[in-house]
Design a protein around this ligand. Structure first.
Ligand code: NAP
Length: 488
């Protein structure tokens, strides 16, 4: 499970934290236009951070009581005159009502904090729209990704990043400086054209999880239907037995491990496909197809969902003996044995099989928990690359092997029992083995020295049929360069 779900800006853009050119600016006066939730939280946070705050409202008398006493609440025009940096805490649809202030706003920095209600709601971003209304001002987009709650509770709690963009470097620097003094981490997102992207961020609902969740739901639906046919519909049609009571727990509990197991193998399958592609093309510099790239990037989420299903399976399994249906079945079996005068029903093979498959299942769940915990950014950041890859790759693969043992000891000889083929459908566990066994087999093949060596060379930059530059020491002790085929 690789990382990759961290906020995109951290990876792709320059964090302004620790920039020596950014000096603390506490003490300067900051203006806030608007007196709503965001304006109030902003004012509280600014006052707490040592800034002087002047709030511009259409109705200052009525709103003054809502703000800390240290903040001055006055008319909009009056507030704007007293400061150079103004947070516009007003919705986009009301920007035009601020046009009366155009004269007093000349030369000021306007911070657009607004969000939309839909992704790409308007053709131009709110910040660009504000800039078009006030061409004599410098507009900076920022603070929209933090909520009023985060502002009030302080930067210790909640999202610490403040994404900032503007076409004016100086204005951006000033706003970054303010964000830093307020305890946030300013992240430079570049010029104003990024505003649209910044405005879309708070509207996205777990973007990295969409594909893995649909995958898990799809697998769940398929296995659930398959198990329903085998466990409920088949006995009803063939023996007129009503087994509907099995749906909430038994069918779900036979479906969850299938999803968990297949999802775990899907974490390692793209790595196998990537290695196949590298071996086939003899290079690591060829781009993977988009679908494989996407798949590789979602391994962490797929792994976490696998762990989630496995954990649910464990809880469901623990609850199995608590059910009334289970108690009835136990009593029924006991009565039948008493009637048939059977004294010893101990089946050594069954006992051992169950002991082993439960034990192996617990170990697999333990390993999955370890993988899940170490994929949390706070833990992953405390590991070096070797430790992280050992846990995620090596232990993860061991978890897959142990899960396979768990599945095999659970299924045992059922695959060879014709009574288990309901409507000619094989037992579910045989289907789940398909992808994981392919992955395990591929990993075993890749560990053969001849293939492993080739793969290692490719991953260090060697390319099939390509000429590489090498350095030859000349007779005079100088170095000259030549070219040769590295195809050896
Ligand atoms: P709000 O509670 O509705 O406040 C909006 C304020 O705009 C009003 O209190 C009003 O103050 C002022 N305003 C100025 N002209 C107006 C007009 N013509 N009609 C109505 N109001 C007018 O909204 P909010 O939650 O503070 O949000 C303000 C901005 O911050 C929005 O753009 C929002 O997207 C953004 N934002 C909010 C949050 C959040 O957590 N709430 C988070 C991120 C970004 P006066 O009556 O005193 O003039």
């Amino acid at each position: 499970m690789s990382g990759g779900d961290m906020a995109k800006p951290l990876l792709g853009h320059r964090s302004m934290e620790g920039d020596p050119s950014i000096m603390p600016a506490a003490g300067r006066t900051i203006g806030v236009l608007g007196s709503g939730d965001f304006a109030r939280s902003l004012a509280i946070r600014l006052v707490c951070s040592g800034f002087k705050v002047v709030v511009g409202s259409r109705n200052p008398k009525r709103k003054a009581g809502l703000f800390p006493s240290a903040a001055e609440v006055t008319f909009q025009a009056d507030a704007v005159k007293k400061t150079d940096v103004i947070f516009v805490a007003v919705f986009r649809e009301h920007y035009s009502t601020l046009c009366d202030l155009a004269d007093v706003l000349v030369g000021k920095i306007l911070v657009d904090v607004s969000n939309n209600t839909e992704v790409n709601h308007h053709k131009e971003s709110n910040a660009e729209y504000l800039a078009s209304l006030f061409p004599a001002c410098t507009v900076v987009k920022g603070f929209n990704v933090v909520s009023a709650w985060t502002l009030q509770s302080g930067a210790r709690d909640g999202n610490k990043q403040v994404l900032i963009c503007s076409n004016n470097q100086e204005a951006k620097r000033t706003v970054a400086e303010i964000a830093q003094v307020m305890g946030f981490t300013p992240v430079d997102m570049g010029c104003m054209s990024s505003a649209c992207e910044i405005e879309n961020i708070p509207l996205r609902l777990l973007p990295a999880w969409k594909i893995p969740i649909f995958l898990a739901l799809g697998l769940f639906l398929c296995f659930f239907t398959y198990n329903l046919i085998r466990q409920v519909i088949h006995p009803y049609i063939r023996e007129q037995k009503n087994k509907l009571y099995k749906i909430p727990i038994e069918v779900v509990n036979t479906t969850l491990p299938c999803v968990a197991y297949v999802m775990l193998s899907l974490v390692y399958l793209p790595g196998v496909l990537a290695a196949c592609s590298q071996l086939y093309y003899g290079t690591k510099y060829r781009r993977f197809p988009d679908w494989l790239d996407q798949w590789l990037q979602h391994r962490k989420q797929i792994g976490l969902l696998s762990f989630f299903c496995a954990a649910l399976h464990a809880v469901y399994s623990l609850c199995l003996p608590m059910r009334r249906s289970h108690r009835y079945q136990l009593i029924e079996t006991a009565v039948k044995q008493a009637v048939e005068k059977k004294m010893n029903i101990w089946v050594e093979e069954e006992v051992w099989r169950m002991e082993i498959y439960i034990s192996v299942g617990i170990i697999a769940l333990g390993l999955l928990s370890l993988l899940a915990i170490t994929s949390l950014p706070s833990i992953a950041n405390s590991l070096n690359w070797r430790e992280f890859s050992f846990i995620q790759s090596t232990l993860g693969f061991i978890a897959l092997v142990i899960s396979t043992l768990h599945t095999l000891t659970y299924g045992w000889s059922r695959a060879f029992d014709e009574n288990q083929y309901k409507f000619y459908l094989p037992p579910t566990y045989t289907l789940t083995l398909l992808v994981p066994c392919t992955v395990i087999l591929a990993k075993v093949i890749f560990s053969l020295p001849c293939i492993q060596q080739r793969l290692l060379r490719i991953r260090r930059g060697w390319e099939k049929g390509r000429y590489v530059k090498f350095v030859l020491p000349s007779a005079m002790g100088e170095y000259s360069s030549g070219e040769t085929s590295s195809n050896v």
